[in-house]
Design a protein around this ligand. Structure first.
Ligand SMILES: NC(=O)C1=CN([C@@H]2O[C@H](COP(=O)(O)OP(=O)(O)OC[C@H]3O[C@@H](n4cnc5c(N)ncnc54)[C@H](OP(=O)(O)O)[C@@H]3O)[C@@H](O)[C@H]2O)C=CC1
Ligand SMILES: O=C([O-])CC(=O)C(=O)O
Length: 260
């Protein structure tokens, strides 16, 4: 499988090192990367021997089978439709873009017409399997997410004491914190939707981890899961688990037996 990555930051670098340098996904290579700056593209070609493009059409024509978006919610808005229209499967990690129901419906319809697939990794959280099962008969009553992160990751400044910086719906949460709460949108899409999923975001001067607590109630019973995620050293907003979840999603594409 020939993979193309959009973005050249923390997750993209983790992927190219894991796949092309450490050969963690046999049969897969990152062949192309789409970046915004020519000097960064030149550095990627030099450092990783991959092809790096600043033009999206050239990137999509480079013989890749599947595209991983590892950039921003804006990049999803700009490129997702084009990628799947060229019959490339797409992995989206900046899931927050899909809070836009019109974009979601358009992408879904193109995939249906062309037989392409969009994969949304579980990212920095867990428990989506439970939410999915609960939704099989639509019997999920409540879902909530409480995210506690270092204040500097959320606000770009330190705070004196623990502070609730947001309490509302997933829809509002992602518009306020587009680089910190993509997890709320994947949770919403699996469950009750973005307007019916409660999100609380807490800036904490004490924590060094990204802590996500997910609670759900339905006909199955109750779920409560807490992740205490180690951050990526290069971008503490992003949890290591989020990068691992993209790698795991790619691995699943190569397997014949699906678990979960
Ligand atoms: N679903 C989940 O659970 C999680 C999702 N995320 C999301 O994953 C995404 C990637 O995270 P991370 O790698 O840590 O972020 P980084 O900020 O480290 O990297 C983002 C990269 O994207 C590049 N970029 C931005 N816009 C474009 C564009 N239009 N075309 C090509 N490249 C672009 C930036 O390059 P430059 O600005 O230099 O051009 C930068 O290199 C983020 O949106 C993040 O919020 C993160 C954690 C969890
Ligand atoms: O990585 C995390 O812990 C969560 C995150 O940034 C996001 O969902 O955008």
């Amino acid at each position: 499988m020939k993979i193309g990555i959009i973005g050249g930051g923390t997750v993209a670098t983790f992927l190219i090192k894991s796949i092309n340098v450490e050969h963690r996904l046999p049969g897969c290579t990152v062949d192309s990367v789409l970046l915004r700056k020519a000097d960064v593209a030149a550095a990627w070609e030099r450092d990783y021997g991959t092809r790096a493009f600043t033009d999206v059409e050239a990137f999509l024509s480079s013989g890749i089978d599947l595209v991983v978006e590892a950039a921003t919610v804006e990049a999803v808005r700009d490129y997702a439709e084009l990628v799947i229209s060229k019959r490339k499967d797409l992995v989206i990690i900046s899931v927050g873009a899909l809070v836009d129901q019109k974009l979601y419906d358009r992408l879904n319809e193109i995939c249906r017409q062309l037989g392409t697939h969009i994969h949304l990794p579980s990212g920095a959280i867990g428990g989506l399997d439970v939410i999915h099962s609960a939704m099989a008969l639509g019997q999920l009553d409540e879902v909530s997410l409480t995210t506690r992160k270092p204040a500097t990751s959320l606000l770009g400044r330190q705070v004196e004491a623990r502070e609730v910086v947001f309490d509302g719906t997933a829809t509002e949460a992602i518009s306020r914190f587009p680089k910190n709460i993509n997890v709320a949108i994947v949770l919403s899409l699996a469950g009750l939707g973005c307007d019916n999923t409660r999100v609380k975001i807490v800036a904490d001067p004490e924590v060094t981890k990204n802590i996500h607590t997910i609670e759900a109630v339905g006909s199955f019973g109750k779920m409560s899961i807490q992740l205490e995620n180690d951050p990526m050293p290069d971008n503490p907003k992003t949890s290591y688990l989020a990068a691992l979840s993209v790698l795991s999603t790619l691995k699943k594409q190569t397997e014949r037996i699906s678990i979960g």
